[in-house]
Design a protein around this ligand. Structure first.
Ligand code: SF4
Length: 250
């Protein structure tokens, strides 16, 4: 059984190197990080202890019908996708996000094999703390890896796994995206340390302003863009924030 929060679309990929592309989303339930600024905390902040890690402190309901946990068979997820878009005859991108989808990589393989067999691309969004197994990797078109910085509030040993980042880069399918706050100088210095240590290929790295409103996104981006470009990094916005004001169903 898969642990799913949402299946929705069609929409556009909001972030990273595939931003703007047509896609459907499968959002898995549960995460192994506890980012204070997480905008999908409904996938994991379902206890008082976890809720206390978030900026809002809000505890979500595990069995909320819209965003809570659904136990679904791979065929049920495929049927749901098919109801949203004809993935059998009009292949598109299926973005598997979370939460942390790689917590369920073994269980996801049958679904992803079907989707790839139908001609769809499979993009995996991950925080880069769990290495892919071969059967899972064989189904993946692209990894959108977003390693977490100190600004997330997670402790270093939990959020930073250089051997996993190296393994993801070695697939040749990974792009790396770092969330940068208004305190961009110390955040970019931390990105530099990670890029040098793993090491990561700078042109495969993008920095993205934190913020769930368009004005904050633009202000932070304007401050940091020249510094990021000098380091060889690209810039990602959060397209869905501009278009739909961070609506969780878009
Ligand atoms: S890794 Fe992603 S889903 Fe998990 S807590 Fe951080 S921002 Fe939220």
């Amino acid at each position: 059984m898969l642990r799913i929060s949402q299946v929705f679309g069609p929409t556009v990929q909001g972030e990273g190197s595939a931003a703007g592309r047509h896609c459907l989303f499968v959002r898995t339930f549960d995460c192994n990080q506890e980012c204070s600024w997480c905008d999908t905390a409904y996938t994991w902040a379902v206890t008082e202890e976890k809720a206390a890690k978030t900026r809002s402190g809000h505890r979500y309901e595990r069995d909320d019908p819209a965003y809570g946990l659904k136990q679904m068979k791979p065929d049920e997820v495929l049927d749901r996708l098919q109801a949203l878009w004809d993935v059998e005859t009009r292949p598109t991108i299926i973005v598997v996000s979370g939460g942390e989808p790689m917590m369920q990589q073994r269980e996801l393989v049958p679904l992803l094999e079907r989707l790839r067999g139908l001609g769809n691309e499979v993009h995996i969004e991950t925080a880069g703390t769990i290495a892919p197994i071969a059967e899972f990797d064989a189904c993946v078109t692209q990894y959108n890896v977003s390693p977490k910085l100190a600004n997330s509030g997670n402790r270093l040993s939990k959020r930073y796994k250089p051997t996993v980042l190296a393994a993801l880069q070695a697939t040749g399918k990974a792009w790396f995206k770092f969330v940068v706050t208004a305190d961009y100088e110390s955040d970019l210095a931390e990105v530099d340390r990670i890029v040098a240590e793993v090491p990561l290929t700078p042109w495969r790295v993008m920095v993205m302003p934190e913020g769930s409103d368009g004005r904050t996104n633009i202000t932070t981006a304007q401050k940091m863009v020249d510094t990021a470009l000098q380091r060889g990094y690209g810039l990602s916005f959060r397209t869905h924030v501009f278009l739909w004001n961070n609506d969780p169903d878009r």
